[in-house]
Design a protein around this ligand. Sequence first.
Ligand code: HEM
Length: 118
Amino acid sequence: MTHMHITSWVLAIILFIVALVLMKSNNEKGAKIVSMITRLFYIFVIVTGVMLFMSMPEPTGDYHIKMLAGILVIVVMELIFASVKRHRSVTLYWILFIVILLTTIYLGLKLPMGMKFF
Ligand code: HEM
């Protein structure tokens, strides 16, 4: 299950970048399709995350913070989409994206299931 979770968020991020590149190159139709697929992957990320959480008999540790951080990564990705579409500045959102993404990955790897690096 951790593999499915990791595959889901890695693919979501790759699709997110592809959608942004298409938006920037004014390929509206392509951007629309790829951003819809990205959103489908958000669902996979959330479902696999919740399934991981439920597979823990007695979750101990920062599970709630990990899940909140994971949701926030998705929220910031949507904010970036919205700002790029409206040609607004995205610098602040990119900083937030990197900080929250790294925090989420750190918390995920620190928690007991799957790989445990920290
Ligand atoms: C883009 C967003 C996300 C990223 C980058 C991310 C990243 C990670 C990483 C790196 C792991 C560790 C996997 C392993 O040790 O093999 C993990 C595990 C986990 N994630 Fe996520 N995640 C995200 C979203 C979510 C969401 C939305 C939820 C829940 C609603 C969630 C819940 C969990 C749970 C419960 C675990 C298991 C923790 C453990 O005991 O190892 N994640 N995630």
